[in-house]
Design a binder for this molecule. Structure first.
Ligand SMILES: *Cc1c(COP(=O)(O)O)cnc(C)c1O
Length: 233
């Protein structure tokens, strides 16, 4: 197994250094450890090394891990994958955050299905900023309507925007792809103080994302090693 503790130290150090290079405030970028396809033992290793926020992409896997680690009550569970409406209840009942809201129907269901007694579900709207290449995410032109909808739902709390851009050939090109999203985020967060999260940056584009203003990077491979999809049923 990858040396998860050493990797976490390395990634955290890299984030701190990038933040400093961009003259941003220390600690302004949170690390979400993306643990999809990795065993519970890998999450435990990261937890023991101090990591608390974990991101999962597959509903059943996320819920299984949530139950397996329910004794670690300070874990923060983030759902970052596509959501089918027949799986929304499982997410509403377990997760603390959802980054991948891109359909009105899913937003409504998550709010309706949130268990009484749980705090509102923190959500980010997923925006498609590389056009044709991905079907997930709304267009920026649809953002106003989606913000209004989420703000009308009692059990969701809008925290920001998320994107998964296609990889670009250079740092400058990666920043250019992020630019319209960053502009939309700045507009939103200026008018609403609850909006504090720009969820961009993965193992391959941390520098461009942090320079662009990311407040939460989602890192899998650099912490847990390569994923082996063939092992997954
Ligand atoms: C898998 C995944 C990540 C992490 O990707 P790495 O390249 O392994 O760091 C981040 N965000 C989303 C939405 C993902 O699906």
């Amino acid at each position: 197994m990858a040396d998860i503790k050493a990797n976490l130290v390395q990634v955290t150090g890299q984030i701190d250094q990038l933040v400093q290079q961009c003259h941003r405030a220390a600690g302004c970028v949170r690390l979400l450890a993306v643990s999809k396809t990795k065993p519970v033992s890998a999450l435990c290793a990261a937890y023991e090394a101090g990591q608390r926020a974990f991101g999962e992409n597959y509903v059943q896997e996320a819920v299984d891990k949530y139950h397996a680690l329910s004794h670690l009550t300070d874990i923060e569970w983030h759902f970052i994958g596509p959501i089918q409406s027949n799986k929304s209840r499982l997410i509403a009942e377990t997760m603390h955050w959802v980054h991948s809201i891109d359909r009105e129907k899913i937003a409504r269901r998550l709010s309706e299905q949130r268990l009484e007694g749980l705090p509102p579900l923190n959500v980010c709207i997923q925006v498609n900023i590389s056009g044709e290449e991905s079907k997930a995410g709304i267009a920026l032109s649809e953002l106003g309507d989606m913000v209004a909808l989420i703000n009308s739902l009692p059990n969701l709390r809008l925290r920001g925007l998320m994107a998964i851009p296609a990889p670009q050939e250079s740092h400058a090109a990666q920043c250019a792809v992020y630019a319209p999203l960053v502009e939309a985020f700045v507009d939103l967060s200026t008018s609403d103080s609850m909006i504090d999260t720009l969820s961009i940056g993965m193992s391959g584009d941390l520098a461009a994302a942090i320079e662009s203003g990311s407040t939460m990077v989602r890192v899998g491979t650099a912490i847990f090693g390569e994923r082996d999809y063939s092992a997954k049923a």
